[in-house]
Design a protein. Structure first.
Length: 297
């Protein structure tokens, strides 16, 4: 014997409100349709679930027992159906992140995510500086020397900076890399105007007197300028590793400048387990946490 789910739902709604009319309003049905479905259910069960009076209804003893038994089952079934239905619908997630992180790390790996989650749409807003960061996103990847204080924060990895140039400059100054620092333009990100001096001090460069320093407001611009031979750039590792792997840039010195700069994942609002936001956050953490610079062969 098959019992229609809609009859069970109508019964549970009517049992809670003790009104066919109220149950009908919640189910977007007519009172007569609710009454008919419950009558069919009673005939299948062979018991009366309600005592029907002219202006009211009440549960019979059997009706009360049946409601207590079936109500949690129907609630669980409805919840499962709703959850599955939502999973099949496209969900939109908005992510803000630095443009260099997007181009160098996220984009090369993003196909893994999109292939596994075709029903989750991603909108990515790339930023040049953290000052552009807003709360109008579900998730943010930020570069900061201090751990963010708002939201659910996960540390991904730290950065270090290394002098690098293109192949021609490397060959031109192969006999005296230190001298090159005072003859060739030095390139760095404008957010770290003293980074070259900090690196020189850490590296023990005694006579550090650069003739020209070029500041650029884009890390991609910094790396690109060095690739084009404009000068020697302080590039961040491990995020610039592909530029070295592809032989677009070469390390001029092995000594890095270690800083407090770190990438953090910030989830602005908590989410339920297996919610699309939770799934994407876990993927980012599993994919990029503890990213490290490749060892030198």
């Amino acid at each position: 014997m098959q019992t229609p789910i809609r009859g069970l739902r109508s019964f549970c709604f009517a049992a809670r409100s003790l009104s066919f009319k109220h149950a009908a309003n919640e189910l977007y049905l007519t009172p007569s349709a609710v009454s008919h479905q419950i009558k069919q259910l009673e005939e299948q069960l062979g018991i009366e679930l309600f005592v029907r009076k002219t202006r009211s209804i009440s549960l019979t003893t059997a009706g009360k027992d049946f409601f207590e038994a079936i109500s949690p089952i129907v609630s669980t079934l409805e919840s499962t159906i709703n959850e599955f239905s939502q999973m099949q619908q496209n969900t939109n997630l908005t992510i803000t992140l630095p443009e260099f992180f997007a181009s160098e790390l996220l984009m090369p790996r993003l196909r893994e995510w999109t292939s596994a989650h075709p029903n989750i749409n991603l909108q990515m807003d790339t930023l040049k500086t953290r000052k552009e960061l807003t709360r109008h996103s579900d998730l943010s990847i930020v570069l900061s020397s201090n751990k963010p204080t708002e939201g659910v924060v996960t540390e991904l990895f730290n950065l270090e900076y290394i002098p690098a140039c293109n192949k021609n400059l490397l060959a031109q100054w192969k006999d005296d890399h230190c001298k090159a620092l005072n003859q060739v333009p030095l390139i760095l990100h404008k957010a770290r105007p003293w980074a070259w001096h900090q690196w020189a001090e850490k590296a023990g460069i005694v006579d550090f007197s650069p003739t020209q320093i070029i500041q650029i407001d884009s890390m991609f611009g910094v790396a690109r300028a060095a690739q084009q031979g404009m000068g020697i750039a302080l590039i961040p590792l491990p995020i610039s590793q592909s530029w070295l792997d592809e032989l677009w840039l070469y390390k001029l010195f092995e000594r890095p400048l270690t800083t407090k700069d770190k990438y953090y994942l910030v989830q602005h609002e908590p989410s339920n387990v297996n919610h699309p936001l939770d799934l994407f956050a876990k993927w980012v953490i599993a994919t990029f946490k503890n990213t490290q610079t490749k060892p030198i062969d």
